[in-house]
Design a binder for this molecule. Structure first.
Ligand SMILES: Nc1ncnc2c1ncn2[C@@H]1O[C@H](COP(=O)(O)OP(=O)(O)OP(=O)(O)O)[C@@H](O)[C@H]1O
Length: 247
């Protein structure tokens, strides 16, 4: 279970809070979607939950553990799939994954077998010895995903794991995430794909300007929002139609 208590982040020199007094409980075994317009604070929130970013105030626990006291345990427990590709372009897919796997303490045959198995699942076996610089966006996304799950995390955080990929890559990624969830992995993900989130997530929270404005089971949110036929209607009704450019 993830318990977030009044978590806030104000970047240095910023006028506004990017995440503001945010409290949320995510149960073990959920697929939880963090949705919101550009600049809503989704990446900031996920970055704090994975200890990539220090909160300004507030706290959270993951399975009862916190980063101050249980850093090493938590690092083994969670997996991170960032929005930006974390891959080294001059290394092959296999070499990249060896690097990431070793960061989680995997080595030898266990590491090698885990890499080969995941490359196979993601349809990348025949590209194992190719440099990732030559990969398409969809292939990079799939290697990026493998890098975060080689150590079989119990809680997986993904920041827009299907952005910029074709339908085929998206299906492989989503199907595998569903499989991992069935095996007991709790999934927290951000997305702009509301149709994807509607069918994929057990619950979602719509975030705007650093705060949760509505949360719940997608089908129930649709039912309770007047005139809404899908999650996109709920999203637009809650966040408005104005563009969210920021710099
Ligand atoms: N390093 C930073 N320094 C200052 N402000 C930042 C920084 N990173 C993000 N912000 C600001 O924090 C707010 C939230 O940004 P964040 O990237 O968390 O939103 P997001 O919901 O993930 O957006 P997107 O959907 O575009 O990825 C924005 O106003 C953004 O400009």
């Amino acid at each position: 279970m993830i318990q977030i208590n009044q978590l806030s982040k104000k970047y240095k020199g910023a006028e506004f809070f990017s995440v503001k007094d945010l409290s949320l409980k995510i149960e073990t075994g959920e697929i939880y979607g963090l949705l919101g317009p550009n600049g809503a604070g989704k990446t900031t929130l996920i970055s704090m939950l994975t200890s990539l970013l220090k909160p300004t105030s507030g706290s959270f626990t993951i399975n009862g553990l916190n980063f101050k006291e249980n850093k090493n345990q938590l690092k083994q427990l969670i997996g991170i799939v960032p929005q930006e590709y974390a891959l080294y372009p001059t290394l092959t897919a296999f070499e990249n994954l060896e690097y990431f796997g070793s960061m989680y303490g995997l080595k030898g045959e266990i590491l090698k077998n885990s890499i080969l198995e995941h490359l196979e699942i993601m349809g990348l076996s025949k590209f194992a010895t190719k440099k990732t610089a030559t990969f398409s966006g969809g292939m990079k996304r799939r290697v990026n995903l493998i890098a975060g799950i080689l150590h079989q995390p119990k809680v997986l955080f993904l920041d827009e794991p299907t952005v910029g990929v074709d339908v085929q890559s998206k299906n492989v990624i989503i199907d595998h995430l569903k499989f991992l969830n069935q095996q007991g992995t709790t999934i927290v993900y951000t997305s702009h794909h509301l149709i994807e989130a509607e069918v994929f997530c057990t619950r979602v929270a719509i975030i705007d300007q650093g705060e949760i404005i509505i949360k719940g089971i997608p089908s129930e949110l649709i039912k309770t929002q007047a005139g809404a036929n899908n999650l996109e209607d709920v999203f637009l009704a809650q966040t408005g139609k104005a563009l969210r450019d920021y710099a």
